[in-house]
Ligand binder design. Sequence first.
Ligand SMILES: O=C(O)[C@H](O)[C@@H](O)[C@H](O)[C@H](O)CO
Ligand SMILES: [Zn+2]
Length: 298
Amino acid sequence: MSVKVACVVKERCEIGEGPVWEEKEGTLLFVDISGQKIHRWNPATNQKETVATEKFVGCAVPRRSGGYVIGEGRSFGALDWESKSISTIAVIDEDKPNNRFNDGKVDPAGRLFAGTMAIEERPTVLELKQGSLFSLNKDHIVVKHFNQVDISNGLDWSLDHKTFYYIDSLTYTVEAFNYDINTGSISNRRMVYKMDEGEGIPDGMCIDADGRLWVACYSGGRVIQIDPQTGVRLQTVKLPVDKTTSCCFGGRDYSDLYVTSACKGMDEADMAKQPQAGCVFRITGLGAKGIPANSFTG
Ligand SMILES: O=C(O)[C@H](O)[C@@H](O)[C@H](O)[C@H](O)CO
Ligand SMILES: [Zn+2]
């Protein structure tokens, strides 16, 4: 089997992010952060539905009771897809009006973890150490886990739920914490992977069914597979765009890797060289599979 990369969603996002495969519907949910949109694309029909948000939207995740929970501006919100209406669940970073939510994901117990960052002047140019990592539980109680984050980004949990993996992009590393699935608390922060020269900035990530991490490399034009146990990179897959932002497995058997990308900050000459910047790609033939996404409980 050979690895193939195809551009599948050809309408460009400014900052495509946060892909989530919804198994029941067979659809891919993803956000356009600065484009202020949430998209839901059906690969079988190539139909795409879109909900516009009022602020930058960092993440959107399925909710067990229906609809979605989103991280928009400095709020966790509830989105009803049919009416396209959004109501506020909780506000965070009230002392930091220039902050916004970035990437988020639901843990195996149904809590939403999502982090913040200062709004960028342009890609990667922002006030540093302004972000924090938060979680929202089923009772809508918000926990702040730590602060001093530059760009809160990719996250996922190990298959045994005992480890939480996390990326603060400008550290150029992937980190791990011990995870207590009963309480949702994290401890014992350590580095598991340091980006190599030329790999770019670590952005979104997801775990595969063998416990390896797939990391989208912003300004690296690639996704890499790393073994968090050994810190070794196992595979590199290059894409035809530099600003690869995040990835998730989906499709039949979870064997397709969907990769989002961005074009924000590119000028006309850059766009001419990379006309697919901002599109969503599908990588097949990887010989790896993903696991189903968790839904927010409550
Ligand atoms: O996609 C994200 O997570 C951020 O919101 C983006 O702004 C870029 O990725 C960032 O500039 C590089 O890390
Ligand atoms: Zn990201």
